[in-house]
Design a protein around this ligand. Sequence first.
Ligand code: ASP
Length: 360
Amino acid sequence: MQPYSISIVSRMLLVLLLVASSISPAWSQTVQKPKIVIIATGGTIAGTGNSSANTSAYQSAVVGVDKLIAAVPEIRSVADVKGEQIFQIGSESFNNEPLLKLAHRVSDLLKSKDVDGIVITHGTDTLEETSYFLNLTIKSDKPVVLVGSMRPGIALSADGPLNLCNAVVVASDKSSVGKGALVVMNDEIHSARDVTKTNSVKIDTFKSLYGPIGTVVESQVRYDRLPSRPHNLQSKFDIDKIQSLPEVNVVYTHGNMSRVPYDAFAAAGPKAIIYMGFGNGSVPDYIDGVLKEVRAKGVFIVRTTRTGSGSIVRNGETDDDKNDYMVIDDQNPAKARLLMALVLTKTSDTKELQKIFWKY
Ligand code: ASP
């Protein structure tokens, strides 16, 4: 074939493509749809029960990802979605093993140019922990959106289908890039750093101390605030370099505390205890000596609060400098556990640890 005839053929092809795209807008939209992977881990969003009146008594982690996606056909008009079933568990059963496996998978997927964002279906019980961990360790700006439901799919007024649809909308929206891991529930978009499950049964259980950072209503994504703490690309933690996490445990305080949990944890050899204290992380005089003993054995002590909000003031009622303790900022004890475990992969210097705690 002569060179000029190749150029005629390619021009004709170009014209054909342009005509096709103009007479078929659906076709041109298809090629532009974001590519979203939905990773399913279980939870109530994959739950089912015997009766539609059961909103709380049901079996969680049963329905597979393909069925979840098929139940919300609207998703396909928003994104090219692919489902992946990584586990089928209640999120209360998440320990470090599934957490790390999930984080590694998310990291690997996001390296592909064929993935624009990720939605993770997850039980609501530990959604805040998994999302916070991904927020700190995934080295990508692409959206990672976690979603769950409070009612199983079979229930009257099930919240899962709309939550899932909203999650895909948020993950597909360009304005979600660079905002850290997000939790989408009940039409709200929360920063993983701040969000907490606050109620055992209510649909509007997820709250952030400073409010949601945005909303998603009728497929419209609106952000009102930006997360300001280091996450993803600005974070110093990188999941690709983390294969295991040091053991960190939380001890709750109440009147008439026993020293038994401290002694047991210290004997089991954790790296740190998150002390979930009263008020400003305060320590009863009869536990004061126990904490000092545990610290002398090399276990780090991080003071946090059981109040549900507020930062811990260093060297207030407790002499943290003298005791070589650390205090958390305003993260809850479950998140303090994860942050401490991550920080310990970097340093064991308490001054340095404290600086990171205040920054993140
Ligand atoms: N136990 C369930 C879970 O966290 C509850 C839920 O998903 O809402 O997996």
